[in-house]
Design a protein around this ligand. Structure first.
Ligand code: FAD
Length: 410
């Protein structure tokens, strides 16, 4: 079967789904290519309920992400009882130096919340529901096997023989992007030799909406993010060897390690079912371009950053926003994938993506160094930033999402 459309989105992660929804909402004809069969997708679409286990994968979504998802009617379709606002952040430098700490709060930033902790399953369920009702949007199932481009169109062939012809192809197919390799966009790749060990815990004391982070030098970075009720979600970016140890330990042993963190106020911790942590390898991917003829990359296909600042998914939502803007300003209404439109998108994203790479990679290096002088300087630096309201406000503004720093939603 052959389908013609304006835009073909490859990839059905949260960023691919949100891209397809957002572009269809502008009146363009969109096809979303999702791997696997329609039957398998339908079978796995079990509705999430308030009593389901807490998802290992959670994201701290910022104001840009929330605003985009609200405009797609996805934010309000999520189960609100499973979302926790982040009211403040407490960052602890080296345990040996209590002066090296930093805190931010929503009140000082004049916003209702710094971010919201959302489960992957909650987000994807709401995106799937919106996809079912979207007009101008078609989902085709299959694996893309060939991408051919002419001056004014691109053609995708799927493994079942179906063909999708479009003006623009959006590569939203994650860190190992097939689209990126088809159009020869190069990249710098570096493994951090770390794994993010994730699990959820019930706590004795309330977290009061505080997201806590500990920089533990050679032992990596621990984040405890608030979930609704007396629950927190752990993301421990641990060097490979330690990660293997943590994964091999019992739930009680991992809880003991967290209870021993300096300044930890949650009291007793108990791992929530399924009481088995998961892990994700951590790496940096810096692509040499976000565009090629008739192609734009978004989300992890375009950039992968260390999760220490919880910004990877947020960057993807900001990509979508920039793409919408660039396509909205296109010179020829009939062509949404011409070089000028794509150039506008790439220029709009260049600075933020570069800054996020520099910031996350730099912080990761700074806080895993064991050199005594580096330790002294990082603790002094954190203590200093904490005492300088202007600098602190600039940092918060950036974390909230550059284009929505004045947003006051709660
Ligand atoms: C431990 C950890 C914690 C994180 N915490 C945060 C956080 O707090 N906040 C935040 O903003 N970000 C966070 N991130 C980053 C975030 O997880 C990613 O940036 C985000 O999931 C990327 O989404 P994506 O849709 O671009 O890619 P993916 O989720 O990887 O989706 C890509 C999709 O493309 C599909 N696909 C692949 N190849 C093909 C093909 N050939 N044809 C069709 N489909 C294909 C795949 O099946 C997949 O569904 C975290 C990351 C980690 C590892």
């Amino acid at each position: 079967m052959k389908t013609s459309c304006d835009i073909c989105v490859i990839g059905n992660g949260a960023i691919g789904k949100a891209s397809a929804l957002a572009l269809a909402q502008t009146g363009l004809e969109v096809v979303l290519v999702a791997p696997g069969s329609a039957a398998a997708a339908g079978a796995s679409a079990k509705p999430l309920s308030d009593t389901d286990h807490w998802d290992h994968r959670v994201y701290a979504l910022n104001h840009v992400a929330r605003s985009l998802l609200a405009s797609l009617k996805v934010w309000d379709a999520m189960l609100v009882a499973r979302i926790a606002p982040v009211d403040s952040m407490a960052v602890q430098g080296d345990a040996s130096d209590p002066s090296g700490s930093l805190s931010f709060d929503a009140y000082a930033a004049r916003v209702g919340a710094l971010a919201w902790i959302v489960e992957d399953s909650n987000l994807n369920q709401a995106l799937d529901a919106a996809l079912r009702f979207a007009s101008g949007l078609k989902i085709v199932h299959g694996a893309a096997t060939a991408l051919e481009r002419t001056a004014d169109a691109a053609q995708i062939t799927l493994d079942n023989g179906d063909i999708v012809s479009s003006r623009l192809v959006i590569g939203a197919d994650g860190a190992h992007s097939w689209v990126r390799t088809q159009v020869d966009i190069g990249m710098d790749y570096r493994s951090y030799h770390q794994q993010a060990v994730v699990a959820n815990f019930e706590s004795e004391h309330a977290h009061h909406g505080v997201a806590s982070q500990w920089f533990l030098g050679a032992d990596g970075i621990v984040a405890l993010l608030p979930l609704p009720g007396h629950r927190v979600s752990l993301v421990w970016s641990a060097p490979d060897a330690l990660a293997h140890t943590l994964l091999a330990e019992s739930a009680e042993q991992l809880a003991q390690r967290l209870m021993a963190l300096p300044g930890q106020t949650l009291g007793q911790l108990r791992m929530l079912p399924p009481a088995v942590p998961k892990s994700f390898p951590l790496r940096l991917i810096r692509t040499h371009s976000l565009i090629a003829d008739r192609v734009a990359l978004v989300g992890d296909a375009a950039h992968v950053v260390h999760p220490l600042a919880g910004q990877g998914m947020n960057l993807g939502f900001a990509d979508i926003q920039s793409l919408l803007h660039a396509i909205g300003k296109r010179d020829q209404p009939a062509d949404c994938g011409d070089a000028r439109t794509l150039g506008r998108y790439a220029r709009a994203r260049k600075e933020e993506v570069l800054l996020m790479h520099i910031a996350t990679d730099g912080l990761q290096r700074l806080f895993t160094s064991e050199l005594a002088l580096v330790r002294l300087l990082r603790n002094a630096g954190m203590g200093l930033v904490n005492k300088l309201p202007f600098l602190k406000r600039r940092l918060i503004t950036h974390a909230l999402g550059p284009s929505l720093s004045t947003h006051t939603d709660s």
